[in-house]
Structure formats: structure tokens, C-alpha cells
Design a protein around this ligand. Structure first.
Ligand code: HEM
Length: 232
């Protein structure tokens, strides 16, 4: 008890409140959403062929140069995304623990089945996404999980990875998990930010579904095209 109080005492007041932690989840989620959406749009450049795609990847490394030296912006982005991810996971686990403490004995019958299903999906989906991100970085960003990896040849690396059908299927499933997470995330972030009302609820759901589906189709097009034989 004393430890818990001492620990929470060191935290800023905003993070001790449930709303504060939900807002932190929403803001860090939005940052990741922005990255995932732009990454999906960037991945569509894959269809412009090897040279153009590799050039795009090189451009990402020289972004804001000479304001930042070569690659610095990328490292800034990596740092920001890592901090956002850690805060997102911390807020999620702390809110889950708090709701479990408040309700140590599970209800015999759940009144809001949909909300429970969504939050359970979010939790397990979150774990799957985290595992995917680790594998994905080792596969396409750093290379040790990709036998055909050649530094700087991003088009070739993507094909070398996704032409293995079990890997392509795993990517499709992982991207599905990301999009389900996005769908629930966009919906609950809009609610946390106070955009919900019975009237707007249906519209918010439609927007979240469309966004999730759009991101899924965009990402899925790459492994599907490679499986179908596209090589640039
Ligand atoms: C079919 C789906 C996807 C494909 C084909 C794909 C492809 C790639 C490729 C080729 C790179 C290396 C880019 C480069 O070195 O220039 C990369 C990096 C990355 N991807 Fe993906 N990606 C996919 C989905 C995702 C998803 C859903 C997420 C996030 C949840 C994600 C997160 C990342 C991150 C964090 C990096 C590292 C960027 C960096 O080097 O800093 N990717 N991806």
C-alpha cells in the first residue's frame, strides 16, 4: 500500500487519474496511427518498382537534411515511436490492473458484452502487434530474420521475405490484428476526446471501420501481390 502510494506520488497528477491515462493512451495511439497510415501510403510505392521504392526508402533517411544530418530524423522518429509505444503499453496495463482491482470478482453475467469483447480483443491484439513489430524490425528493418536481406535494397528485402508464403500469411494476420486494434482504438480515442453522443456514435463507428479497412487493404496488397508473382 505504502509502496503503491509512494510510486503514484512520483507520477504527475494527470497520470494518476483514469481520464489522464486514457488521454495518454489516445495521444500515443494517434501518434502510432499517424505513422502506420503514412507507412501504409509509403508501402504503396512498392508498386512503382524496385528503383523507385529503394529511392523512396533512401529519401526517408535524408528527410529534413541538411537541417538534420543524414538519418537523424529517422532516429528521432524511432525514438518518438518507442517512447509512445512504451507509454501506450504502460497506460493500458495500468488501466487494466486498476479495473481488475476495482472488480476482483468477475460478474456472473456481463452486461456490456460488446465492450468486454472489444477490450479483450484490444489486449490480446496488442500483444500480437508487439510481437509482430519485433519480428518485422528483425525482418525488414535490420535483417537477421530475413535470409535474403541486403542493406539498402528495400524492394528486394520485401520480396525475399514475403515470397515465403507462411511469412506472407503471418503478415496478413498481423496486419488484420493491427487494423482491428486501429478500429477499436480510433473509436475509443474519439470517445475519450469527448466526441461521442448517441447521435454521433454510428458515424464514429463507420469512420473507424473505414479507416481500419483502408489500412488493411493498403498493407495487404503488398504480400498478396508478391504471392501472385509481382516482382516490379
Ligand atoms: C504488409 C505490411 C507491411 C509491410 C510490407 C511493411 C514493410 C516495411 C519495410 C519494407 C520496412 C523497411 C523500410 C526501410 O528500411 O526503409 C518497414 C519498416 C517498418 N515498419 Fe513496416 N510494413 C508493414 C506493416 C507494418 C505495420 C502494420 C507496422 C506497425 C504496426 C509497421 C511498422 C514498421 C516500423 C516501426 C518500421 C521501422 C521503420 C524504421 O526503420 O525506423 N509495418 N516496413
Amino acid at each position: 500500500m505504502t509502496t503503491t502510494l509512494a510510486r503514484s506520488g512520483r507520477r504527475p497528477a494527470a497520470l494518476r487519474s483514469t481520464v489522464g491515462r486514457k488521454q495518454l493512451m489516445a495521444v500515443t495511439g494517434v501518434l502510432w496511427f499517424g505513422f502506420v497510415f503514412l507507412h501504409m501510403v509509403g508501402m504503396l510505392k512498392f508498386f512503382t518498382g524496385p528503383e523507385s521504392f529503394d529511392h523512396y526508402s533512401h529519401w526517408l533517411r535524408t528527410l529534413f537534411s541538411p537541417l538534420f544530418p543524414h538519418g537523424w530524423f529517422l532516429w528521432l522518429q524511432r525514438g518518438g515511436l518507442t517512447v509512445a509505444l512504451l507509454l501506450h503499453i504502460w497506460a493500458a496495463t495500468s488501466l487494466t490492473r486498476q479495473s481488475r482491482r476495482a472488480r476482483p470478482v468477475r460478474y456472473a453475467r456481463t452486461t456490456n458484452v460488446q465492450a468486454t469483447y472489444a477490450s479483450r480483443t484490444m489486449r490480446w491484439g496488442g500483444v500480437i502487434i508487439l510481437l509482430f513489430i519485433v519480428y518485422h524490425l528483425l525482418d525488414l528493418s535490420m535483417g537477421p530474420a530475413n535470409p535474403g536481406y541486403v542493406r539498402g535494397e528495400v524492394f528486394r528485402n520485401t520480396v525475399a521475405s514475403l515470397e515465403r508464403w507462411p511469412v506472407a500469411i503471418a503478415y496478413l494476420l498481423a496486419v488484420g490484428a493491427v487494423c482491428l486494434h486501429l478500429y477499436h482504438g480510433v473509436w475509443s480515442a474519439l470517445q475519450t476526446m469527448g466526441a461521442n453522443s448517441p447521435k454521433r456514435d454510428a458515424m464514429i463507428r463507420r469512420v473507424s471501420k473505414t479507416v481500419g479497412l483502408l489500412v488493411f487493404v493498403g498493407f495487404a496488397s503488398v504480400p498478396v501481390a508478391i504471392l501472385l508473382g509481382y516482382r516490379g
